[in-house]
Ligand binder design. Structure first.
Ligand SMILES: NC(=O)c1ccc[n+]([C@@H]2O[C@H](COP(=O)([O-])OP(=O)(O)OC[C@H]3O[C@@H](n4cnc5c(N)ncnc54)[C@H](O)[C@@H]3O)[C@@H](O)[C@H]2O)c1
Length: 443
């Protein structure tokens, strides 16, 4: 079984199927196609399948090289998309890159997409196939969820009839192709053979280290690295709140902290979004025993979740000082994605920000150059507003002429959740500036 698959990997004749063609699955599928493998991608939306098969990339936002790559591999006949799982029957390698969120109330893994993909795959799984989970999963999921579903639905046994691997993805929107090619990966195998085969397979698209480990280690590495980032950002956010409280400017303090050796204080801001960072810390601790209390991870989540609401507080205070009640105010929100220059709105802090402002009775307009309903003209979106709140550091906002904008608003109040402008720059242009971490507030 091993030798046949190894030969197909080394000759690049192995049929590859990717389940889930989102931010992770689509670029990975296209890179394996470009490397020479015949690749099929399975996606549930017929509309998106049709788009991809016309060579059009459904991911918007700045994603260097991706649109060209999709067009190229589709035109060359190396990659196609389909809604039909029958493509799995001829596959020798299957990658699963479906979403793995947590339940909003319990924070426990909500694996309906993963379970569904595994059950559908199991029914068409052929002996000798290597199944690779690229999705981020809670430690223990390979042994407790993935293996049992695949074995039950296929009637095959792991390590005897098929190989099973967890190779978590490390990409960030905006750098999808560069990250896949350039970031180190852990490759967790259910057996040493499985890990070794997967390392050889990924070598065709990854230029960085590929470390063969067991599945539990791979699951821990992925969720721990994202929890680490969440905790680091939470520290930066708490320090920003402290600076506001004591009347200092975190944007002056932070670079000086980082001049100290081995200090890497992260950027504070209006909150943490995206599909991954807000839920991966919960996945990390999901299978810990009842006696284990993840205090720091939970505290970090609470701090970061609180940041968009803190920006609401800054906005309310700014308006109050200008004599405007929030319930009578119009707020222009700049940025609805969770990340600069991206169209990804999943768990975006702007969603929380806008919802809370509306609860308080404010009228809200939203602008975002990358998010479809909000792509109108920026000037129209801010016209007559009582405050402009910058929630995302899109390049387009960095280029704004604050002096010229002032003529279009009712009140020159700038609430800056991403330090797109410095307080000095905003004040010089005639704005009252309220930024996360810039105290004394509004001075
Ligand atoms: N987005 C990132 O930056 C990133 C980075 C690293 C890891 N990850 C992880 O990768 C996984 C995928 O994330 P994503 O951002 O690509 O999600 P996504 O929502 O963009 O893509 C998932 C796709 O899978 C499809 N899907 C769901 N169930 C399916 C099924 N049964 N069959 C076929 N398709 C199905 C969905 O319709 C969707 O198009 C998640 O576990 C995530 O945590 C994401």
């Amino acid at each position: 079984m091993r030798d046949k698959l190894l030969a197909a990997i080394e000759n690049k004749t192995a049929n590859v199927v990717v389940l889930g063609l989102g931010y992770v699955g689509l670029p990975v599928a296209c890179l394996f196609a470009e490397a020479g493998f015949p690749v099929a991608g399975i996606r549930r939306s017929q509309e998106k399948v049709d788009l991809i098969n016309r060579g059009i990339c459904p991911i918007e936002g700045k994603e260097p090289g991706l649109a060209e790559l999709v067009a190229r591999v589709v035109a060359q006949g190396r990659f196609y998309a389909t809604t039909d799982y029958a493509a799995c029957r001829d596959a020798q390698v299957v990658l699963i890159a479906v979403e793995t969120p947590v339940d909003p109330a319990t924070k426990k893994p909500a694996y309906s997409a993963l379970r569904g993909a595994l059950a559908d795959l199991g029914r068409d799984l052929s002996p000798g196939t290597m199944v690779i989970i690229e999705s981020t999963i809670a430690p223990g999921t390979m042994a407790g969820v993935v293996q049992p579903i695949l074995e039950e639905t296929s009637g095959l046994k792991v390590n005897e009839d098929f190989f099973l691997v967890n190779c978590p993805e490390r990409v960030m929107p905006g750098k999808l192709l560069a990250n896949i090619r350039g970031c180190h990966r852990v490759v967790g195998g259910m057996s040493a053979d499985a890990a070794d085969l997967a390392v050889r397979f990924y070598r065709s698209i990854v230029d960085a280290d590929l470390d063969a480990v067991d599945c539990l280690t791979a699951e821990l590495v992925k969720t721990m690295e994202n929890a680490y980032r969440d905790v680091q950002i939470a520290f930066a956010n708490e320090m920003a709140l402290l600076c506001e409280d004591v009347g200092a400017d975190v944007w002056q303090v932070r670079p000086l902290v980082n001049k100290s050796p081995y200090r890497h204080m992260h950027l504070p801001g209006a909150g943490v979004g995206g599909h991954c960072i807000p839920k991966d810390p919960w996945l990390l601790v999901a299978n810990a025993s009842d006696g284990f209390e993840p205090r720091l991870t939970q505290a970090a989540r609470a701090i970061n979740d609180g940041m968009p609401l803190h920006v609401v507080d800054l906005t309310v205070e700014a308006l109050r000082r200008a004599g405007v009640e929030i319930a009578d105010a119009t707020i222009a929100v700049l940025g609805y994605a969770y990340l600069e220059n991206s169209d990804d709105t999943r768990n975006s802090p702007s969603q929380v920000f806008v919802a809370r402002l509306q609860e308080l009775g404010a009228r809200v307009t939203v602008h975002d150059p990358y998010v479809r309903p909000y792509q109108g003209k920026l000037l129209e979106s801010i016209r007559g507003s009582d405050a402009v709140a910058v929630m995302v550091a899109h390049d387009q906002y960095r280029d704004l002429d604050l002096g010229a904008l002032r003529a279009h608003v009712a009140q020159p109040i700038l609430v800056d959740g991403r330090h797109v402008f410095s307080s000095q720059q905003a004040r010089a242009a005639g704005w009252a500036y309220y930024g996360v971490g810039s105290g004394p507030v509004g001075a």
